[in-house]
Every structure is written in C-alpha cells, then in structure tokens.
Design a protein around this ligand. Structure first.
Ligand SMILES: Cc1cc2nc3c(=O)[nH]c(=O)nc-3n(C[C@H](O)[C@H](O)[C@H](O)COP(=O)(O)O)c2cc1C
Length: 308
C-alpha cells in the first residue's frame, strides 16, 4: 500500500516495483523465505551465486559472529547451473513470476563466467545478471578478478559479449581505489554496479588460540560495514553514469534511505535476513512510510539526494 507514492525505479533497464532487493547468498533462491516474505512485493530477487559446475564450498566452521556483523567463508557453495535451472529457476517461475530474477554469477576463470551466462540466455525466467568479481572466500575467481582494473574489465567484457540482458557487476570493498575499478567495468559495458561485497576479516578464540573460521579469514557483513559501504556508494555514484544497488548492513528502512541518498538506485538486504526473515517487508513498508512523512511522491527523488 504505497498510496499516492510512486515506488518504481529503473535499474539498468529493469523495471522494479520498488527499490528493495535481497543480497546474493543470504536469501538462497527465495524458497526458504516464502513462508515469511511475499515475494511479489520485492523489487527483485538476487539469487545465490551460480557457477558452471557444482562447487563444494569451504570447510566448516565457516560462519562466526562478531560484535556488529558476521563473518562467513562459505566459498560460493552451489550445485552448478544445470541444477539451478531445474530446481531454483523453475521454482521461481512458479512462485515469483512477477518479480525480476537477477542471477548472481561466479567463475574460476573469465571463460567460466561467460559460460554460465551463455547457459542461462535461453531461460526466460532470468531478467538479468549480477557478475560477482568480489567474493573474498575463493582462491581462484571472485576477488582475484575484482581487485584490479584489468581483470575486472576482462570479466565484464567476456560477459558483455554473450548477453544483451541487463548486467550488473558486483565490486569488492577490499581495494584501495574502488572508483577506478567501477569506471573500468562501466567502460566495458556493465549496465549497473552492486556495491559492496563483504570486507575481509577474521575472528580468534582467545581461549583456544584458534581462528573461529576453518579458513582463518572470511567476509565481514552486517551493520559493521555500513559506513564503508555508504562511502563507496557515494564515491562511485559521483564518478559513473550507471545505476548502483547499494548494500552492506541494511537492517531497516532508514538504512535503505541512507543508501539511496548516497546515490543508490536500489538497495539489497543481506545479513538482516538471518536476524529476521521478514525484514525485507519491513524495509518496503518503512520506505513508503518515510516517503509519506517527508512529502516524497516519487521514490526516485531520494537517489543521490544527499545534502552535503
Ligand atoms: C552467508 C553469505 C553468503 C554470501 N554469498 C554471496 C554470493 O554467493 N555471491 C555474492 O555476490 N555475494 C555473496 N554474499 C555477500 C552479500 O551478497 C552482500 O554483498 C554482503 O553480505 C553485504 O551485505 P549485508 O551487510 O547486508 O549482508 C554473501 C554474504 C553472506 C553473509
């Protein structure tokens, strides 16, 4: 019930009914959340990362809590694109037919990223792609491609060559200059950017003197990273012309508004889904309420509306 407020945003060519999406890897493909969330009220669904063949992921323990966020080293575990098409895409087509599905794509090599997209091109249930060049939890692929301009550009170029669908590229915050990486990805034809993936961190058990994660290091997400993510969305949005999905510690509607004011066209809710599986609905309702309270009749007016 958005009343007189226009909540629609155009994200890289995708018409979203509102700016609220979910962050890859924190919502699977929606099935586990369908009892809590009306999937038809989400702006879009971003799936868990999908690779060409199955990936086993990393050894356990691979989740640890910290004071204001969590560490994960899942390592892009997934059953591969064929199983994804049969099981998840089919389920989404049946249960979330009116919500655009953005498939998060992973690869060990430039060729693998492109091959995943090629395989999905004939599937009508895919609205667009989010190319993840920013996972800190895999040795080959992921952040290795997203940490420097040349490999980031190479992955983007290869993926662009095989699809005309809207294609976002998801960047890592674990870099010195995220603006230059964003610009090199934009120059290769990315339609949008997702900012940010997790920050590299670690946690130690002082009693046992052991790391809490089997892989020692992992990706930090949740409220702890919001100030970093906001800063990066703001910096990048001032330097590129393509739209941004902002994420990193969105726990409520106020956080979502902050990301939009910093320059995001849409926001993704990640770690908060583990705290409260209904959180996305609260963010949608809260965004409408914020607009009412502030006399905003078109949610797009929030984008980049920071008064600095
Ligand atoms: C358990 C877990 C799994 C994740 N898996 C993926 C993934 O498969 N692909 C990806 O691009 N990002 C993945 N991410 C990163 C999130 O999509 C998001 O960028 C990050 O968690 C920051 O948002 P948040 O603070 O709201 O969680 C994962 C994050 C978590 C916590």
């Amino acid at each position: 019930m958005s009343g007189s407020i226009d909540m629609r945003v155009n994200l890289a060519g995708l018409e979203l009914r509102n700016p609220v999406t979910v962050a890859s890897g924190t919502f699977a493909s929606g099935r586990e959340f369908a009892d809590f969330v009306d999937l038809s009220r989400l702006g879009a669904i971003v799936t868990k990362g999908v690779s060409l063949g199955p990936w086993a992921g990393n050894a356990s323990p691979r989740i640890a809590e910290t004071a204001s966020g969590m560490l994960n080293s899942i390592g892009l575990q997934n059953p591969g694109v064929e199983a994804f098409v049969v099981k998840d895409l089919a389920w989404l087509a049946e249960n979330a037919a009116t919500t655009p599905v953005i498939v998060n794509v992973s690869g060990h090599s430039v060729e693998e990223y492109a091959a995943v997209i090629e395989r999905l091109e004939d599937e009508s249930g895919v609205a667009g792609y989010e190319v993840n060049i920013s996972c800190p939890n895999v040795d080959a692929g992921g952040m290795a491609f997203g940490s420097e301009c040349a490999p980031a550009a190479a992955v983007t170029r290869a993926c662009r060559a095989v699809t005309k669908r809207p294609m976002l590229v998801k960047l890592s915050p674990n870099v010195t200059d995220i603006v230059s990486i964003a610009q090199s990805v934009e120059a290769e034809g990315a339609d949008g950017l997702s900012l940010v993936n997790t920050l590299l961190g670690m946690a130690i058990d002082a009693e046992t003197r052991k790391p809490l994660l089997a892989r020692v290091v992992g990706g930090l997400s949740g409220p702890a990273i919001k100030p970093v993510a906001l800063r990066m969305v703001w910096q990048v949005s001032n330097a590129v012309a393509i739209p941004i999905i902002g994420m990193g510690g969105v726990m409520n509607a106020t956080d979502a508004v902050e990301f939009m004011l910093a320059g995001a066209t849409a926001v993704a809710v990640g770690t908060a889904n583990f705290v409260d599986p209904t959180v996305t609905m609260r963010v949608v309702d809260g965004l409408v309420e914020y607009c009412h309270r502030h006399g905003v009749t078109d949610v797009r007016d929030l984008i980049g509306g920071l008064e600095a």
